[in-house]
Design a binder for this molecule. Structure first.
Ligand SMILES: [Zn+2]
Length: 477
């Protein structure tokens, strides 16, 4: 057997567990896994003393997104370099239609952002922002290779908000097309009311950025998750709750799953390792993201939810804003650009605070960061696991050696990090994407523009492929 590259001497996390095996790569695929693979012509990557894991999928990312009166500061060049250094080999962004745009145009706009810049592979969730216009465009997007859609229950002022009628109708279509709806679940009307009640000069002076947390109590998320779950239950459409941040949400999803509702949930790593005490800091406004950080008890419930498999995926909701952009708030929390950098630290945070602190095993971490996201987003078995036939997407990490998080040495465009000064293990010593070494000795060496768009034909954890293909007219009845 001939290989272009062999990864030798590492502890390899495979679907069968951790094994001391070599990985044989031919071109962009893994073609053999076994002891003592040999080929004198192959390049050798030595993983001695290291752990080899499947490349991470960050399935919730916003690059170069016009939002909150500015544009998020990481584009496909800096964002994918940051990802690579954090062992991320696939990202999924959100194609959001600009005013008047069709879903096809939204996809075209985001493909153009990525083209020539992306270092790693990518695709998009397609955002349905105007149901009446977009509803008849969904089937064609599925045919084009986009199987995941997104609706926002808030963001009326951005022109993105969906109502119950849109969610209900979209979930029916998801059921018929074998596709999946992602929902940003926050309860818009009560949230607006709480913001209005607190939006006074006196309260803003008194509480500052803490009003972000004060106006979003947990029931804002819980009520919206409950409502979205109801529409999934009665339609049978596959639902995926993005960036779930509360204990209450976790309980609702757990109960729904146990009665057979096709609902899945994701959390983001910041909800696991940070809490709303950050708003007491002088620079607390930097930490405003949406939904906002919650309490330690919520983090603990989410960690348990991961263990119970109620929560299937850990992502980042990366939406980078610099200190200068964050300064636009000028004391009014409703004007803070909401979001944080994250791609570069997803794996190090999950490894350090999950695996090294015994909240999850290394196999469980790989399931939450690679295998489950790939399966749920319709990218498995091409992505998501170290197995023969898969793309050769690998991250090689040291089991214990830690690096201090320092924005000055990071690849992203943020001049701050929510994790500045933290010591984290799990940065990628080596990242391999489709057989190419793109990070070597902790430095990005891959060529920008080499990343590929990934078409998909399924979504959801247990996709009923034949039903979906019948519905699309691709199989004879
Ligand atoms: Zn998001």
């Amino acid at each position: 057997m001939s290989f272009t590259r062999i990864v030798k001497n590492g502890s390899v996390v495979t679907p069968e567990g951790v094994r001391n095996v070599d990985i044989g790569i031919d071109g962009d695929k893994i073609t053999a896994i076994g002891p003592d693979l040999d080929d004198t012509a192959a390049e050798i990557t030595d993983a001695e003393g290291h752990i080899v894991i499947p490349g991470v999928l960050d399935v919730h990312v916003h690059l170069e997104l016009p939002f909150c009166g500015t544009t998020s500061a990481d584009d496909y060049r800096s964002g994918t370099r940051a990802g690579a250094r954090g062992g991320v080999t696939t990202l999924i962004d959100f194609a959001i239609p600009y005013a008047g745009d069709s879903l096809q145009q939204a996809a075209d706009n985001w493909l153009a952002k990525a083209r020539g810049k992306a270092l790693i592979d990518y695709t998009f969730h397609i955002c349905i922002t105007r149901w009446d216009e977009h509803k008849d465009q969904i089937a064609d997007m599925v045919k084009r290779g986009f199987t995941t859609f997104k609706e926002f229950m808030i963001y009326e002022s951005e022109g993105w908000q969906s109502d119950d009628r849109a969610m209900f109708g979209t979930l029916e279509k998801m059921r018929d097309l074998g596709a999946m709806l992602l929902v940003h679940a926050e309860s818009a009307r009560v949230l607006d009311e709480l913001i209005a009640r607190h939006h006074t000069p006196e309260l803003m002076k008194k509480w500052g950025a803490r009003l972000h947390a004060i106006t979003r109590p947990n029931f804002i998320e819980a009520e919206a998750i409950q409502r979205a779950v109801m529409w999934s239950e009665v339609t049978g459409g596959q639902l995926y709750i993005v960036h779930m941040s509360t204990a209450e949400g976790t309980e609702i999803v757990k109960a729904a799953q146990s009665r057979g509702v096709p609902v899945l949930a994701e959390t983001c790593v910041q909800y696991l390792v940070l809490d709303d005490m950050v708003f007491d800091r002088p620079d607390g406004h930097l930490y405003a993201c949406c939904p906002q950080l919650k309490k330690p008890a919520d983090s603990e419930r989410l960690w348990r939810g991961l263990k119970e498999d109620v929560v299937s995926v850990i992502s980042t909701d990366t939406c980078t804003f610099t200190r200068e952009q964050k300064a636009m708030w000028e004391g009014d929390w409703t004007k803070i650009p909401m979001g944080m950098p994250g791609l570069e630290t997803l794996l190090p945070l999950t490894y350090t605070h999950g695996v090294l602190e015994n909240r999850m095993t290394i196999e469980e971490m790989c399931r939450k960061l690679s295998t489950a996201p790939a399966q749920i987003m319709g990218l498995y078995p091409r992505k998501g696991a170290i197995q023969v036939g898969a793309d050769a997407d690998l991250a090689i990490i040291h089991p214990t050696s830690k690096i201090e998080v320092d924005p000055a040495t990071m690849e992203g465009n943020a001049d701050w990090s929510p994790f500045e000064g933290w010591h984290l293990a799990g940065f990628a010593r080596t990242t391999i994407s489709r057989g190419d070494v793109i990070v070597d000795d902790y430095k990005v060496v891959g060529k920008e523009g080499r990343g590929q768009w990934l078409p998909r034909d399924t979504a959801g954890l247990v996709p009923d492929r034949s039903r979906a293909l019948h519905a699309r007219g691709m199989l004879a009845t």
